[in-house]
Design a protein. Structure first.
Length: 530
């Protein structure tokens, strides 16, 4: 479609963190992005309080990596205790996770949103209309008409695609008309966001008290901020729990009082678990809380939204550029729904353990978890909230194995005088990681295909190689991560997607040709809805 037929390539409804990340990822690729946000100002209070290593990598991709230390800090240890103070579970989050960023970063959400807003303001093709609520959507088949109203203003925006990042009460989701799968888990919790008058060290930094008389949580909410959460108990009304007097009474046993702290906010939230059954209808798409809701116990709500944005941005980029059929966007829904379903299931299962209010059942739980610790089983890392992709845009093989669908690691590499994280040194987009220079393995047509994708072919040199030996097509594996990764997968080359998930691997020249031909075929052909 001609650009002058529409006002925007993509219109986004909602400018919370997920909408911000998606808008920036698209605008930094040069696409015209228009955002409508019903609130005139950014919400001034925190909601999410942490993100994982992959989410930090996505934020760095959006251009705010250098700001993370201003609003975030490594989360450190996370401990579960029972009412008697016995340790049920102890997790030590590494400061260097799978993507080099910490396994978990505790953050102050208003600071994150300020950094993303500032980044968005730097991009000339991104427009944001705050104080405008979406009130009408019409999909004309080749474009979408979006009407947004403010008190004394109405805007009609035409776009090639519209993405709803507009939260749990999504207007765009209503227009799609999808049903929701409800996982039948809902509990009310009082959230108390606190700023202490004096810097205080908490050990552990993040604590879950599994007390059947009142499950409760205390966690870092970023530098200088802390959050306490208290579950509503049977016979207790929401109004009673939501009183400021109740908040101070519950905070008192933790040593938090009006004399040494400021209660920035107290509010009762209902933790829910829901998943939209459809994420796409024509030219309308969903992302973030508009597509899924989950309890906070696995820390994956906002992280899942960032993964949505990272997955959708590069696929929209290829479709908008005419390098892929729009059926590619059906793989977005296929991949992300499977990921999110797993994260919701894990969050609900953790919640069922934490929210146990029957004393006898809680005692049984404690006995099992304490016995596991005594046998040393607790030293193993718990099952990850994020699993490899199993469907969607991956290498099509009868017995697909190896790294396909797995999140690839990120580590430090060097090229000439430049030393830094892989994404910063190599750049973004498709990357073909290889143990040697494989360009002469490819014929002219495949090289042209790779160039058209903007793909980078990267020859990995062993750690200790002088950086000056790494030319524009090579990097030195400073941390000795990438060559062992390729070796573990018996691969001489791994093709990595722009969202850092492996498309597939090859062990020889013929395998690499087949791998790239497979990608070319999948991008060119209509992709059936899962």
């Amino acid at each position: 479609m001609d650009d002058d037929v529409t006002d925007a390539d993509v219109a986004i409804v909602g400018y919370g963190p997920v909408g911000q990340v998606l808008a920036v990822l698209l605008a930094r690729r040069g696409w015209r992005v228009t955002v409508v946000e019903r609130w005139p100002q950014t919400y001034p209070m925190p909601r999410a309080v942490a993100f994982d290593s992959e989410a930090a990598r996505i934020l760095a991709t959006a251009g705010v990596g250098e700001s993370i230390s201003e609003f975030g800090e490594p989360s450190g240890e996370y401990m579960w205790k029972n009412a008697a103070g016995q340790v049920l579970l102890h997790i030590e989050a590494s400061e260097h996770g799978h993507c080099t960023w910490p396994d978990s970063t505790s953050m102050y959400q208003p600071g994150l949103e300020a950094a993303l807003t500032a980044r968005g303001a730097q991009l000339p093709t991104l427009r944001v209309w705050r104080g405008h609520a979406a009130v009408r959507l019409v999909d004309h088949g080749d474009r979408v008409e979006l009407v947004a109203k403010a008190d004394h203003d109405e805007r009609v925006i035409t776009a090639r695609w519209v993405v709803g990042c507009d939260g749990a009460n999504s207007f765009v989701r209503d227009q799609i008309g999808t049903s929701l799968t409800d996982f039948s888990f809902a509990h009310d919790w009082l959230i108390c966001d606190v700023v202490l008058n004096e810097p205080t060290t908490f050990s552990p930094n993040n604590l879950q008290i599994c007390d059947p008389a009142r499950p409760r949580t205390a966690v870092s909410a970023g530098p200088g901020h802390r959050r306490w959460e208290f579950m509503r108990m049977a016979g207790e009304t929401v109004d009673e729990l939501n009183k400021v007097e109740t908040a101070w009474r519950l905070l008192g046993p933790a040593g938090v009082t009006p004399g040494n702290a400021t209660l920035r906010r107290h509010a009762v939230y209902t933790f829910q678990a829901q998943l939209a059954d459809r994420w796409r209808a024509g030219r309308l798409l969903l992302a973030g809380d508009a597509a899924h809701l989950m309890p906070p116990f696995a820390g994956q709500g906002m992280c899942s939204g960032f993964r949505d944005a990272a997955n959708l941005a590069w696929k929209l980029d290829l479709v908008l550029a005419g390098r892929a059929a729009d059926g590619l966007l059906d793989t977005y829904a296929e991949e992300r729904r499977a990921h999110v379903r797993h994260a919701i299931g894990m969050s609900v299962n953790l919640g069922k353990v934490i929210c146990q209010t029957d004393p006898a059942a809680a005692a049984d739980r404690d006995a099992v978890m304490i016995a596991s610790r005594e046998r040393g089983l607790s030293k193993a890392q718990p099952r990850a909230a994020v699993q490899p992709l199993t469907g969607g845009l991956l290498r099509r093989e009868a017995n697909r194995a190896g790294p396909a669908g797995q999140l690839t690691p990120q580590a430090t590499v060097a090229r000439g005088d430049l030393v830094g994280l892989f994404d910063e040194v190599v750049g973004l987009g498709f990357v073909l990681l290889a143990t040697e220079d494989v360009r002469d393995w490819l014929d002219a047509n495949l090289l042209s295909f790779m160039d058209d994708l903007g793909a980078r072919i990267v020859w990995v040199l062993p750690a200790g190689t002088p950086p000056e030996r790494a030319d524009a097509d090579a990097v030195v594996d400073v941390d000795d991560v990438y060559l062992p990764y390729l070796a573990r997968n018996a691969a001489r080359a791994v093709l990595v997607r722009p969202d850092f998930y492996a498309f597939g691997a090859a062990s020889d020249r013929d395998g690499l040709t087949a791998l790239l031909e497979d990608l070319r075929g999948q991008l060119a052909a209509p992709v059936p809805v899962s």
